[in-house]
Write a protein that binds this ligand. Structure first.
Ligand code: ATP
Ligand code: MG
Length: 350
């Protein structure tokens, strides 16, 4: 039996009724990065990050008292915690046994890191494929549609200026606005399909953020949204002003759309580590379901009615930020609000 345990590919541990580790095989100690003797006698909680570690005592107690079999069963996906503090996805199966009149639990654990990486690669491949098809489609239509759109736009403007009757003028204006919408969409599609190298000027982000917000202040006020800026002094970043403004505008529009009943938009700028600036855009809006949080970056994913959103804003934003060597992260809670956190490298000192 010992030989089987020692040669098993999966990690196998046994714990007593209160969670103390009694034994483990080499695969388990390798997986978590401990020597076996470091773990025997300690509580199994040390192999789980919070909040799971706190929940675990509750599960065991519930099982002892009520026989609630929450922890017993096949194939749950949980998160493991290695000795070096890193977390990793883990498949866990727990079973119950009796030995020498005592109850023991056996856990079989398997590292899912590779499977998770594979899943992400697959997801990215699907996204890349979608993008490639947008690129072909766009290249084909953008030119053909763009040109007549500009003609319509031009003449609608002239018409609006030349008409006497207010009602007629309004009609001409609506034609112009609708055409502008299409022209903008085409431009966005072109940006998605033909990314261009961002320029690298030294930018003062508080200035860029303030400028982007100024576009919007009146509209926000009308919608009952208060804004608060918390800007600290930060180092300049090297970047493309227009592109970064486009990102911030996207985030502000999204935040405003999520606060139909009014709320608070907080824009922050700070630097907690050298070499990296943090921009945060937080709203007190609807929040985003955990299940949808990965999808919101997909092309054409939108929950807005047609004519209000194309589902391209975040895709373009994330692309711009990664072209600047930065990252976009998201924290959101349904019913409470959403925070987008952008990290950009500061300008290398030359
Ligand atoms: N701050 C937010 N709060 C709640 N939901 C959000 C927020 N930001 C984005 N979302 C969700 O993510 C979806 C995708 O956002 P994205 O900006 O990519 O597209 P969009 O706003 O729908 O359209 P557009 O192309 O005009 O930006 C939104 O439709 C919305 O459901
Ligand atoms: Mg948007």
């Amino acid at each position: 039996l010992r030989a089987i345990l020692d040669s098993a590919v999966d990690g196998i541990l046994s714990i007593d009724e209160v969670g103390t580790i009694e034994s483990l095989n080499p695969a388990a100690s390798a997986l978590f990065g401990y020597e076996a003797r470091e773990l025997v006698g300690t509580n199994v909680k040390c192999l789980m990050p919070p909040p799971y570690s706190e929940e675990h005592d509750g599960y065991l107690a519930a099982y002892r008292e009520t026989g609630d079999r929450k922890i017993i069963g096949l194939g749950r996906e949980v998160t493991g915690l290695r000795k070096d503090g890193t977390e990793f996805p883990l498949a866990l199966a727990v079973s119950e046994g009796h030995a020498h009149g005592r109850r023991i639990f056996t856990g079989i654990v398997r590292d899912l890191t590779e499977r998770e990486a594979l899943r992400q690669t697959e997801r990215r491949a699907v996204e890349a494929e979608k993008l490639a098809s947008i690129a072909t489609l766009t290249a084909g239509i953008a030119h053909d549609i763009g040109t007549p759109m500009n003609v319509i736009l031009g003449y609608a403007g002239m018409l609006e200026n030349s008409l006497e009757d207010a009602k007629q003028r309004k009609r001409a204006r609506l034609i112009g606005e609708a055409t502008q919408w299409v022209a903008d969409l085409i431009q966005t599609l072109l940006n998605v399909s033909r990314p261009h190298e961002p320029s690298r000027a030294a930018l003062d982000l508080s200035d860029v953020l303030t400028h982007s917000l100024d576009f919007f202040r009146e509209k926000l006020k009308k919608r009952g949204i208060r804004t608060e800026c918390r800007f600290e002094d930060v180092a300049p970043v090297a970047g493309d002003r227009d592109q970064l403004e486009q990102v911030f505008l996207n985030l502000f529009v999204n935040a405003a759309d999520a606060m139909a009943e009014g709320g608070m938009l907080t824009v922050g700028l700070s630097q907690d580590v050298p070499g990296e600036v943090v921009i945060s855009v937080r709203d007190t809006g609807t929040g985003i379901d955990p299940e949808d949080q990965e999808r919101i970056f997909e092309p054409f994913y939108t929950t807005k009615e047609p004519g209000k959103g194309n589902g391209l804003g975040l895709l373009v934003s994330r692309r711009i930020i990664s072209e600047h060597g930065g990252t976009v992260q998201l924290h959101s809670e349904l019913g409470k609000g959403t925070e987008f956190e952008i990290r950009l490298p500061t300008r290398p000192s030359d």
